[in-house]
Design a protein around this ligand. Structure first.
Ligand code: ADP
Length: 310
C-alpha cells in the first residue's frame, strides 16, 4: 500500500506537486496519469525517497521508504530505464543490487528469465535497446519480490509483444495481491491494464476513481434512444441521477445515469416502441483529454492558415 498525504514539492517558485492525497491499494493495478509536467515523476521519486517533500508525507507499507531496513523487499521501482552502469552486464547489474539485500544469485537468474533477458544476461547493459533496458529495469524492480511495484512508463520502447507481456505481468502481480502503480501516456494500454486511476494536473489531484466510473461519467457517454414517444419516455426514466437531453420535436434522446437494459425494460413495461437503443462509449483517451484540457503544461494549438489575422 502507498499512502500519499498532502504531499507537496516546490522547486524554487515552481510547485511541482501541490497537496496530493491518494492511496494506492493492493490487489489492483492503479494507473497514474497526467499531462507532461503534471508532477507524476516527482511524486514517484518522493515515494522512493529520491526527492524530499517540501511538506506532507508518503509511506510505503506504513513507513517512509528510508525507514525500511530492506526497501527492495517492500517496493520495486522502475523510474528510468537506463539508470544502469553501461559497462556492467545485465546479470552483474542485478547481482550488485541483490548483494545490498542478501538476495541469492539464483533469484537474479529467476528474474532475468522472467523478463526474457537470460540469453543476453552476460552482455553489456550499455548496449541494450530501450526495450531491453525497460525489461532490465523491471527485473530490478521484481528482484526483492516486493509487495509494491511502481513503474514509470514501462512500455516505452517495447514492441507489441513486449507491451502485451507487461500488461499480463502487471495484472498477474495485482492478482497475487500486490500493489501496482504504473504511469503511461498510452491511454488505450492503460484502459486494458488498470482498474483504478489517479489523475493529476499541474501537481493537483484531478481524479481518484476506477477506469469504469471515469469512462461512464465522462461527457459524451450514456445511451442513445430513439422512440416516437420521447416525452413519455422522459417522464418514465426521470429520477435521481438520471440526465436526459434531446432537441424539442426530435425522436432522439441521450440518457445518462442509467443503462440500456433498464431503459429497454422500462419501455417494454409501458408498451413504448424503441427504434434504437445504443450505449455510447467514450474511450479513456477521450475522457482523459476532456478532464485535462486546461491542465497541460505544453499544449499544441491549431495553426492559423497563412494570411489570416490571429
Ligand atoms: P511529469 O512526470 O508528470 O511529466 P514532473 O514530475 O517531471 O512531471 O514535473 C513536474 C513539474 O516540476 C514540471 O514543471 C517540471 O519542469 C518541474 N520539475 C521537475 N523536477 C524539477 C527539478 N529538479 N527542478 C526544477 N523543476 C523541476
Amino acid at each position: 500500500m502507498i499512502e500519499v498525504r498532502q504531499l507537496t514539492k516546490r522547486y524554487g517558485d515552481k510547485v511541482a506537486v501541490d497537496g496530493l492525497d491518494f492511496t494506492v491499494k493492493p490487489g489492483t493495478v492503479t494507473g497514474f496519469l497526467g499531462p507532461n509536467g503534471a508532477g507524476k515523476s516527482t511524486t514517484m521519486r518522493m515515494i522512493v525517497g529520491l526527492d524530499a517533500p517540501t511538506s506532507g508525507s508518503v509511506t510505503v507499507n506504513g513507513k517512509a521508504y528510508s525507514a525500511h531496513s530492506a526497501p527492495l523487499h517492500e517496493i520495486g521501482a522502475l523510474l528510468e530505464a537506463k539508470a544502469i552502469h553501461p559497462g556492467r552486464s545485465a546479470r552483474n547489474h542485478l547481482r550488485v543490487l541483490a548483494c545490498t539485500h542478501g538476495i541469492p544469485p539464483r533469484r537474479v537468474d529467476e528474474v532475468l528469465e522472467l523478463v526474457g533477458l537470460q540469453s543476453v544476461a552476460g552482455k553489456r547493459a550499455g548496449a541494450f535497446s530501450l526495450g531491453m533496458g525497460q525489461r532490465l529495469g523491471i527485473a530490478a524492480a521484481l528482484l526483492g519480490n516486493p509487495e509494491v511495484v511502481m513503474l514509470d512508463e514501462p512500455v516505452n520502447g517495447l514492441d507489441p509483444e513486449g507491451v502485451l507481456w507487461v500488461r499480463n505481468l502487471l495484472t498477474g502481480l495485482a492478482a497475487e495481491g500486490r500493489t501496482v502503480l504504473v504511469s503511461s501516456h498510452l491511454m488505450s494500454e492503460m484502459a486494458l491494464t488498470a482498474q483504478n486511476l489517479v489523475i493529476v494536473g499541474r501537481g493537483r489531484l484531478l481524479a481518484d476513481t476506477t477506469v469504469e466510473a471515469f469512462i461512464r461519467d465522462a461527457d459524451g457517454s450514456g445511451v442513445k434512444v430513439v422512440t416516437d414517444e420521447p416525452s413519455r419516455l422522459r417522464d418514465l426514466l426521470a429520477g435521481p441521477g438520471v440526465e436526459i437531453t434531446g432537441e424539442v420535436g426530435s425522436e432522439e434522446l441521450r440518457v445518462s445515469g442509467t443503462d440500456a437494459r433498464r431503459i429497454g425494460r422500462t419501455a417494454a413495461e409501458h408498451g413504448l416502441t424503441l427504434f434504437e437503443l445504443t450505449p455510447l462509449a467514450v474511450s479513456l483517451e477521450q475522457a482523459f483529454m476532456e478532464l485535462t484540457r486546461d491542465e497541460a503544461e505544453y499544449t499544441t494549438h491549431a495553426l492559423q492558415p497563412a494570411g489570416r489575422a490571429a
